[in-house]
Design a protein around this ligand. Structure first.
Ligand code: 4UV
Length: 537
């Protein structure tokens, strides 16, 4: 039923029948109405501890947490942060915050104190919710800052000087007289961070309307109430947040959460709970396709594997299908800035390697990045997107927003083409962003850090291809004249300052100068080509 619909101007419209997306539905009411539909069915279980909540439990407990937020004095528009690995309580926070009209900002749970401090300052949040293990990082981040103005640290569990999350869950619920409903197109529901096409991470303002729209658009995937889902991808990233955590509720499924990837626990959780649908990123699909341990587990309940956040090779798809006997390997494409979904490859899948077709109410165009001219089928150019899932903008960054969204089109920074059937293929990245195992690494952030090293005069960071991780960050360094700085020193410097996933696993190369344009922009293409040539030599 999905064929190419193209207008004369070269704009491709979704081939799905347009959905009626309400204009002013807040996320709280939307999600509560879905929760009420499934009542006593199991919703979410901690895959390690067995602690679990039914749909009804999630309603009553998140409304109590919302009431506790109100009693603490948090007002609509206030921002609260969640700095945590996956657990069921993460979900309670999202729903409670929405019901109280608060914005939830999220960050990578691997962040160093320095990275966390930047995020807390930038998002101006008033409270943070974290885990026992991460409290010390939070205290370090807050302790060194005059500008982080947290009113409290709330902890899942117990920790000295922090408020236990359990006291919020035990609130009497009286302070929440009604679920917040303001202006769904203006009010920011969640504030995840993304570096976008260039520069440092920025707060992505996703409104209630953005998220409600994407959840409605995602119904083309047809999850089922009998589906059991694995929640291993992080809930702080848009993929885990919307495509996994929120979308199981709109579909009545149940989910088992895991805080991190450990081969045996991952496999035994899949097997023991007879998981039917697994949302993964390409490095984890590679694990399923190749790792010897996989043979020891019964994974026969899996009927679908979802992949997103990075390119998925055709050979890997075929290998995984063959080994696990999974028929449906579904790809999704999108960005934090698009809530995130833009394309999905809905079964039956005829085009391996494609990210699929545009989801309902979404349009795209491919433009020549040099001339801005609209291109036709099979021509490669920058993918531009229009739809109700496109973000409101970056927090406090009007120029960055205006650069990303022009004439109502979001410029993705990805190079793509589409075929005569309207299937899209993502082929390369125009923007500077690096993806390590699906995680965003912003070159500008590493460059800004490296340049603070007394022995470094100039530098540039690019991503180099890697079979396992997708890409690895690699630094080009111009050292100060008399310096004896070595690769090891640079590596130790980044180790002390940024999260493990941002480390310069692609190595460090010392160069006499960084290639730059007349305007001073780093010419990353030249560095990438020089790396390629070096490999071929
Ligand atoms: O902002 P972000 O970190 O966002 C994501 C989103 C992941 C999604 C989106 C829709 C889905 O249905 C899903 O399952 C997962 O990762 O990074 C955005 C950039 O990641 C690359 C591309 O460069 C984006 O601009 N990217 C995301 N999905 C794909 C991809 C893909 N399927 N193939 C290739 N690159």
């Amino acid at each position: 039923t999905c064929c190419l619909q193209q207008t004369k101007a070269g704009i491709i419209e979704s081939a799905y029948k347009p959905l009626t997306i309400p204009d002013n539905v807040d996320f709280g009411s939307f999600i509560l109405s879905h929760l009420e539909q499934y009542k006593d069915r199991p919703l979410i279980e901690n895959g390690l501890t067995g602690v679990k909540y039914s749909y009804s439990d999630v309603i009553s407990k998140s409304l109590k947490v919302a009431s506790a937020f109100k009693k603490s004095g948090y007002k609509p528009g206030d921002v609260i942060a969640v700095f945590s690995t996956n657990n069921p309580e993460y979900l309670l926070v999202y729903i409670a915050a929405a019901a109280a009209g608060l914005t939830t900002t999220t960050m990578n749970s691997a962040y160093s104190a320095k990275e966390l401090k930047f995020h807390l300052e930038n998002s101006e949040c008033c409270a943070i919710i974290t885990t026992e293990e991460l409290v010390s990082t939070v205290k370090e981040a807050v302790g060194t800052s005059e500008t982080v103005k947290l009113k409290e640290i709330i902890v899942f569990g117990n920790s000295h000087g922090c408020r236990p999350f359990s006291t919020l869950v035990e609130d009497d619920g009286t302070a929440l007289t009604e679920v917040y409903s303001g202006n769904a197109k203006e009010d920011v529901l969640v504030l995840p961070y993304s570096s976008g096409t260039t520069g440092l991470p920025k707060g992505v303002m996703l409104t209630h309307h953005n998220i409600v729209s994407n959840l409605l658009q995602l119904t083309v995937l047809k999850l089922d109430t009998s589906d059991r889902i694995l929640g291993i991808l992080p809930f702080y990233h848009i993929y885990g947040m919307v495509c996994i955590l929120f979308s199981i509720i709109t579909n009545g499924c149940s989910i088992y959460t895991l805080p991190k990837f450990e081969p045996e626990i991952f496999l035994s959780t899949l097997s023991k709970n007879r998981i039917t649908c697994v949302h993964l990123v390409p490095p984890l699909i590679l694990f399923l396709a190749k790792h010897p341990l996989v043979e020891d587990y019964d994974l026969s309940a899996i009927r679908r594997i979802f992949s997103g956040a990075a390119p998925l090779g055709k050979e890997l798809v075929l290998k995984c299908k063959e080994r696990l006997g999974v028929q449906e390997m579904i790809q999704g494409y999108g960005l934090t800035e698009t809530s995130p979904v833009v394309h999905v490859s809905v079964p039956p899948i005829r085009h391996e390697g494609s990210v699929g077709t545009l989801i309902p109410n979404t349009a795209a165009k491919i433009i020549d990045p040099e001339t801005n001219e609209i291109l036709g089928p099979m021509q490669t150019g920058e993918l531009c997107i229009k739809g109700p899932q496109v973000m409101k903008g970056y927090l406090n960054r009007p120029e960055a927003t205006a650069d990303m969204i022009r004439d109502g089109w979001l410029y993705s920074g990805d190079l793509a083409h589409y075929d005569e059937d309207g299937h899209f293929y993502i082929t390369d990245r125009l923007k500077e962003l690096i993806k390590y195992k699906g995680f965003q690494v912003a070159p500008a952030e590493l460059e800004a850090l490296l340049i603070t090293h007394p022995d470094i005069k100039d530098c540039a960071v690019i991503g180099i291809p890697d079979e396992k991780a997708g890409e690895l960050p690699r630094a080009y360094v111009v050292s100060n004249d008399k310096s004896t700085i070595r690769e090891e020193d640079v590596l130790n410097f980044t180790k002390a300052n940024v999260a493990p996933y941002k480390q310069l696993r692609g190595g460090v190369e010392f160069v006499p100068e960084i290639p730059k344009s007349a305007a001073g922009k780093i010419l990353r293409r030249i560095l990438r080509d020089s790396y390629k040539n070096k490999l071929n030599d």
